[in-house]
Design a protein around this ligand. Structure first.
Ligand code: BMA
Length: 316
């Protein structure tokens, strides 16, 4: 794949030359922005579940499909998940999906932010075909978001990462909760934290659902730094223990993708790269990270699992 870097950047993730891959102009009806997509391989196609913001400032989730994951996107005319009066927790929209294939259940589990007057909360739904969903509902009360489910149980439990926010200090770290049935959840447990003085000092949140590797669960997360010019959202990498995902095996000190391209620096929220989906092709080892640029467009950056694991093998 042709790729592009920017001066002064680390070269682990290479941006698609066709970026941004999807914008509001591609939508079959008028919308303000298309960003922060979840990703899945479905019947040989790349499926993105995109956050789509309308002109009331509310988001819904819509599906875009492509044969090569880069071009020729076909966008569903109707949203997959739309806020409705039946779900007051979603009155202000549904945002930032992550999607996990769970073979045991024979379906995909969608974790998303339900946004309403009580604040952002974590909601789950399932889908078998990305045409309809069955809602499980809110599983983590406000204020909580950035949830992603592991693709298999660890021991007896499904594991959901999420990000509660403390008002004290305006701080937010990654936690996890366990469940046997995706409905009832045990007490949350801390996993990894924002790092004082670093690029991810203000808040962190899980990106796409972690990928199982022989070395641990591979994690991409977003880290936020408060600056005098606003907030910067960048992407970091870590490995969690396969059988005890509370245990961080390795965490890179640096970020690997930050806002430098024009479509990451200009938009509704400048200075944001926000990944919610990634796809690993086991035949080529290609690892494609799909992300939102500046809360306005969908973009992609590519690496290989081998490169990413190599970087982490040199970290503590
Ligand atoms: C977060 C979420 C994301 C957004 C990011 C940057 O809190 O709302 O949807 O991309 O802020 O604005």
């Amino acid at each position: 794949m042709p790729a592009s870097w920017h001066p002064g950047e680390q070269r682990i993730f290479r941006r698609a030359v066709g970026n941004p891959l999807l914008t509001a102009a591609d939508w079959p009806y008028p919308v303000n922005a298309v960003f922060n997509p979840a990703a899945a391989f479905v019947d040989g196609q790349t499926v993105l579940v995109c956050r789509v913001e309308d002109f009331e400032g509310h988001s819904h989730l819509s599906v875009a499909r492509s044969d090569d994951g880069l071009s020729g996107w076909v966008i569903d005319p109707e949203p997959l998940v739309h806020p409705s009066h039946e779900h007051p927790a979603e009155a202000w929209g549904v945002e930032d999906p992550r999607v996990t294939r769970v073979d045991e259940l024979g379906c995909w589990v969608l974790a998303y932010t339900a946004y309403g007057p009580t604040g952002p909360a974590v909601a789950l739904a399932t889908t078998e075909d990305f045409r309809t969903v069955e809602r499980i509902g809110v599983v983590c009360p406000p204020e909580d978001k950035n949830a992603a489910l592991l693709p298999r149980r660890v021991g007896d439990h499904f594991v959901l990462f999420h990000r509660p926010r403390t008002v004290l200090g305006n701080h937010a770290d990654v936690w996890m909760s366990r469940s046997t049935d995706l409905h009832g959840w045990l007490a949350p447990e801390p996993v990894f934290q924002a790092r004082a003085g670093m690029w991810d000092s203000a808040r962190i949140g899980m990106g796409p659902p972690p990928i199982e590797t022989p070395h641990g669960w591979l994690v991409a997360y977003h880290g936020v730094r408060d600056t005098v010019a606003g907030q910067l959202y960048r992407v970091g990498l870590a490995l969690l223990d396969l059988e005890d995902p509370r245990h961080v095996l390795r965490r890179a000190p640096e970020w690997f993708l930050g806002p430098v391209a024009p479509y990451e620096l200009q938009g509704d929220v400048p200075g944001v790269v926000f990944p919610c989906g990634w796809l690993h092709d086991v035949h080529t080892d290609t690892l494609r990270l799909y992300y939102g640029g500046a809360d306005s467009v969908v973009a992609m950056a590519e690496s290989t699992l081998a490169e990413v694991l190599d970087v982490l093998s040199r970290c503590e």
